[in-house]
Design a protein around this ligand. Structure first.
Ligand code: ATP
Length: 506
């Protein structure tokens, strides 16, 4: 019998008091696509970081093609044929796809490559594309590329060493649209056929069924299941239940009862921001959740920012609780009672080196401060502790810097920050990227709770999310609002509106 592409035995890893991984056994066969699943903090990232040489394991052994390895850094892992594409690959925006693939980040940044090297690039790229055919124009700069093109460049960069046999992808689809995802899956299929083993982390359970051959589930740092995807289908198993260790009754909370809907809190008329969106109008009432479905580039992100005063508008009006406001800055918007939970927590949402308490209370300094402006530490600890418990923050350690939390738990902290703000209008942008299904159900429940005293807007490029959480919906398509007069539509109508820009009736 031939040895598997990769085998890990009894891997353990601790971070201080946290057992991030305990006694993990794992097998990755040659040419298989293997999905790693688990709730936030289950240990998936730690495991792939050990395989790729970022972290050292405390115990256990790893073999590649039957040969024991012990990598001290990522370069050594690459030498043994294990390459990793991070969730947010660092590419050089001003350089072409070719340059990014072959020159390495440092060389590309310094621009130190000769004409001969440049000519050589296309020859080598063509050889690479012959091995792994994919439709992409590598002469474009990364800045000109779409999200999926950037992902493809990062994958080709990882595969540029000829001997790579294991490719690790960390949530490769989290920022891709449905159409882009299909393009990526085609490339993954090509890799599988070329005998490359692909190990990838995802929170999108439906795509596991679509692309993976096998899946493994982490729970609390242990590997609790590993099986062919065909078995999940044949036995009708629930992946959510495997991950959570308990049944999940529903992901989305019930819709609002008609008598729970109150007065209009926000009225938007003819809102226009050049190049982003035009003539947007809607009313948001207390007690309801408005879902806005928009793909990347639809203007949804800009609309959220404009309502929050983070980007200027050219025309239209925003009326909050009967008063016309024109928030020119997030500070003004916050003061008026609008709170934004941004999509990209790394850039906009969190002070990563600060503790989670600091981050949660940041949004409402008035509430967090005593009369003399001194932070009420004990009170804040209690209130933010309560939110952390409601969101099942893991570990529930409020004094830990945010950077020590797993990605999904960082997202929960952003939301807890919003909950502390006591606003009249909450705007959530892509609220559950990287968040596991159990925590997602909790977040949706909290949004519904928030709508008890406020109006809530959820902007998402995931049609199921925008439709599932909302009482009313509309789509944004290339900056235009695509909305039926009554705001009621089925999931498929919303999908067509957001993807094609057309209104359909079933
Ligand atoms: N550098 C670190 N320092 C301290 N604790 C850490 C560190 N990295 C991970 N942990 C802890 O180890 C556990 C496993 O985290 P890990 O990032 O592997 O989870 P994950 O399954 O990848 O989660 P997510 O889906 O949210 O990314 C968590 O409790 C996390 O807080």
């Amino acid at each position: 019998m031939t040895a598997p592409a990769l085998r890990a035995r009894a891997i353990s890893k601790r971070f201080g008091p946290v057992n991030a991984l305990s006694d993990v056994d794992f097998v990755l066969e040659t040419g298989e696509v293997h999905a790693l699943l688990g709730v936030n903090g289950a240990g998936k990232s730690t495991f792939i970081k050990i395989l790729s040489g970022v972290y050292r394991k405390d115990e256990g052994s790893i073999e590649v093609g039957g040969e024991a390895i012990d990598c001290r850094d990522p370069k050594e892992a690459i030498r043994h044929g294990i390459a990793t594409v991070q969730q947010h690959p660092e590419l050089v925006a001003d350089f072409t796809g070719y340059e990014n693939i072959f020159l390495g980040r440092e060389a590309a940044r310094s621009g130190l490559f000769s004409r001969i090297e440049r000519t050589d690039l296309s020859r080598r790229a063509n050889a690479l594309l012959k091995r792994f055919p994919v439709d992409i124009d590598l002469s474009k700069t990364v800045a000109e590329m779409s999200a999926v093109e950037r992902e493809i460049v990062a994958i080709l960069q990882a595969l540029a060493g000829d001997h790579i046999r294991v490719l690790i992808l960390d949530e490769p689809t989290s920022t891709l649209t449905e159409v882009e995802k299909t393009v990526l899956f085609r490339l993954i299929d090509t890799l599988r056929q070329a005998g490359i083993s692909v190990l990838y982390i995802t929170h999108r359970l439906e795509e596991v069924m679509e692309i993976a051959d096998r899946l493994s589930v982490f729970r609390g740092g242990r590997m609790v299941a590993s099986m062919p995807v065909a078995d999940v289908k044949a036995k009708n198993l629930s992946l959510a239940e495997l991950m959570l260790g308990e049944a999940l009754d529903h992901v989305f909370p019930p819709r609002a009862e008609p008598d729970a809907i109150g007065e209009t809190v926000l009225a938007v008329r003819g809102l226009t921001a050049a190049g982003a969106f035009s003539n947007i109008g809607f009313e948001l009432r207390r007690g309801e959740i408005l879902g806005i479905f928009g793909l990347v580039g639809s203007g949804a992100d800009e609309l959220a920012k404009a309502l929050f005063g983070a980007i200027p508008v050219e025309g239209g009006s925003v009326v909050l609780k009967g008063h016309t406001i024109a928030p020119r800055s997030p500070r003004e918007a916050l003061k008026a009672g609008i709170f934004l939970v941004p999509g990209d927590r790394r850039v906009e949402g969190l002070a990563l080196t600060e503790t989670s308490i600091f981050n949660i209370t940041l949004a409402n300094l008035k509430r967090a401060s005593g009369t003399a402006g001194i932070l009420k530490r004990a009170g804040n600890r209690t209130a933010s502790g309560e939110f952390a418990a409601r969101l099942a923050l893991s570990p529930p350690n409020l004094s830990m810097p945010v950077s020590g939390f797993s990605g999904g738990n960082q997202q929960k902290i952003v939301v807890a920050k919003g909950l502390f703000a006591e606003a009249d209008v909450y705007i959530f942008v892509e609220p559950t990227i990287g968040v596991d299904i159990g925590a997602r159900a909790k977040l949706y429940g909290l949004m519904r709770e928030l709508s008890g005293t406020a109006g809530v807007i959820v902007l998402s490029s995931d049609c199921d999310e925008a439709h599932g959480i909302a009482d009313r919906t509309f789509a944004l398509y290339k900056g235009r609002q695509i909305a039926p007069p009554d705001g009621l539509q089925t999931r498929n109508q919303l999908l067509m509106a957001g993807i094609m820009g057309e209104l359909h009736r079933d």
